[in-house]
Ligand binder design. Structure first.
Ligand SMILES: NC(=O)c1ccc[n+]([C@@H]2O[C@H](COP(=O)([O-])OP(=O)(O)OC[C@H]3O[C@@H](n4cnc5c(N)ncnc54)[C@H](OP(=O)(O)O)[C@@H]3O)[C@@H](O)[C@H]2O)c1
Length: 241
């Protein structure tokens, strides 16, 4: 069934792959971007979607994005909170701004966009919400107290929403990727990337498409009985957590 979907942070990386997979599955996809408009517009043109500026920390931008989507296609029925950033450093040296910036985007951002989408979903008695977490939110990660706390917070947010919204047929799940080859991991030193891949039982980084396939399933009508789940796509890295 053709649903109206919004993916935040879909200008590149995992978000772009998710937008493409949702379009492939027959959805009308709003390709959210913060600063990289051109690649978002190109992707939207390729998949018959709509490029939409959505800065997840800014309520005004969120409202404008939803108004744009609703006036074009109607209510958002499928939401993927994928926008995320890292700003790594040891806790001993982490300033309040470095902490707040990462929490604001990864956790507050998901809350801001989700609450805007919820009214429509509850009224329609249908919704799919997928939050892109991280294995770091389950296992912890040295040098990432801010990021791991934000991603862990997404699990609590997701499971609480799943309980609140079950009776309205709105599902809410987390996909928790391990190291995936995108700009985010390309920013790490080659040595760190090799180290990370070596810790993964499958012995390599994952691809954005491998994450997108799982997200697309959770966003489908077929996933109606899956809610409050945390699904790892991590090559086995977080096994047992
Ligand atoms: N790569 C990994 O190894 C990995 C592992 C686990 C989890 N994840 C999670 O997967 C998600 C995507 O990661 P990625 O590797 O694809 O990252 P990426 O290549 O760095 O892309 C990040 C995306 O988020 C958007 N974004 C950043 N800040 C934003 C904001 N304030 N408002 C709206 N959009 C914003 C960017 O938009 P613009 O380009 O327009 O600025 C971009 O589209 C993130 O939540 C990340 O934490 C990634």
């Amino acid at each position: 069934m053709s649903r109206v979907a919004l993916v935040t942070g879909a200008s590149r990386g995992i978000g772009a792959a998710i937008a493409a997979a949702l379009a492939e599955a027959g959805n009308r996809v709003a390709v959210g971007y913060a600063s990289n408009r051109e690649p978002a517009e190109k992707l939207a043109a390729d998949i018959g979607g709509l490029a939409v500026a959505i800065e997840v920390t800014d309520p005004v931008s969120i409202e404008a994005a939803f108004t744009h989507i609703e006036s074009t296609w109607g209510k958002v029925e499928v939401l993927v909170n994928n926008a995320g950033v890292t700003d790594d450093g040891l806790a001993l040296r982490m300033g309040a701004e470095q902490w707040r910036h990462v929490l604001a985007t990864n956790l507050d951002g998901a809350f801001n966009v989700t609450t805007r989408a919820l009214t429509g979903m509850v009224r329609s008695r249908y919704g799919r919400i997928v939050n892109v977490g991280s294995v770091a939110g389950l296992t912890g990660s040295a040098g990432q107290v801010n990021y791991a706390a934000a991603k862990s917070g997404l699990v609590g947010l997701t499971r609480s929403l799943a309980r609140e919204l079950g009776s309205r047929h709105v599902t809410c799940n987390v996909v928790a990727p391990g190291p995936i080859a995108t700009d985010m991991t390309a920013a790490l030193s080659e040595e760190r990337q090799t180290q990370l891949a070596a810790q993964v039982p499958l012995g390599r980084m994952g691809t954005p498409e491998e994450v997108a396939a799982v997200v697309a399933f959770l966003c489908s009508d077929q996933a109606a009985y899956v809610t409050g789940a945390v699904i790892p796509v991590d090559g086995g890295l977080g096994m047992g957590h």
